[in-house]
Ligand binder design. Sequence first.
Ligand SMILES: Nc1ncnc2c1ncn2[C@@H]1O[C@H](COP(=O)(O)OP(=O)(O)O)[C@@H](O)[C@H]1O
Ligand SMILES: [Mg+2]
Length: 327
Amino acid sequence: MTTKLDEPTLGALEERALRRPGTFGEHALVACDSLVRIYQSEGIEVQALQGLDLLVDAGELVAIVGASGSGKSTLLAVLSGLDAPTAGRVRVGDWDLMAMSARQRVDYRRSMVGFVWQQTARNLVPYLTAAENVDLPMALAGVRRKERATRTADLLAMLGVASCADRRPGQLSGGQQQRVAIAVGLANRPQVLFADEPTGELDTATSADVLDGLRTINRELGTTVVVVTHDAGVSEHVQRTVAIRDGRTSSEVVRTTRTHEDGTEHTVAEEFAVLDRAGRVQLPQEYRETLDLVGRVRLALEDSHISLWPDRPRAATPTVPDEETTR
Ligand SMILES: Nc1ncnc2c1ncn2[C@@H]1O[C@H](COP(=O)(O)OP(=O)(O)O)[C@@H](O)[C@H]1O
Ligand SMILES: [Mg+2]
């Protein structure tokens, strides 16, 4: 009972994948390559990121969805230059985040990226009005007053909160605060906006407004947006959703709009598993349970796909792989 598993072995495949030259995600705007982040606290080691790969192209709006504790905030802290990974490579535009000096880090945070955090209070200065909040990062960057005023008005209008310009955060609803926060994040024209659970403290209807705001700025300004959330429902609002589990990307949902012959449009959502750089893929729990897959499994390379079996004889059906087995 020999299988094609003998050549090439999994170990050899993994080695080959790791040996590929370092051009991973060359054309992507954001490239995370085998990111690892280990926290040590009181002698306990937590692996928040366990070899995470992620590519985001310029102009994309991507949602990263994962349960609480899956490593989303850790990832965004790394991408925003607040935290350094334990291992792996991470690049945003021309910035190699593993090799930035303290000064470059400040530059990067001021010019390349913008942020929106879950806690509304972390995004806005409470004693400044909405317009003053948007104005502040531009004033710090030395932008002229007139240009600042125009940019502030444009951004607040684009996000549907022009009427809130003269109000302080305390006088705004949660959704309005987050839309103002998006404007603040965009004030200095960053190429990427990172948002960590921006709708985490909002109800469904208000969340939709905030997501709509992110879609609008992505479309109108071309800003690349990476939004992180535990709410799987967000995938309905974005083109690409990346699922993260245990500090790794595990699957992706891509939505495309297709046009019927009669001219009507419909959206198709397709789910993909994600193969990482080392050749690892996560099998959905549902599949594992259905076939009772645990521990060792058998793999066989077919013409156009790979088959996978449980490692035990199956009495009822003769599906143990041999030369001519098809699905
Ligand atoms: N500063 C820290 N010290 C120790 N463990 C941490 C720290 N920050 C996060 N963790 C742990 O890392 C894992 C991922 O956390 P996090 O990135 O915050 O996940 P998420 O944002 O998806 O909820 C969790 O197990 C969390 O407890
Ligand atoms: Mg978090």
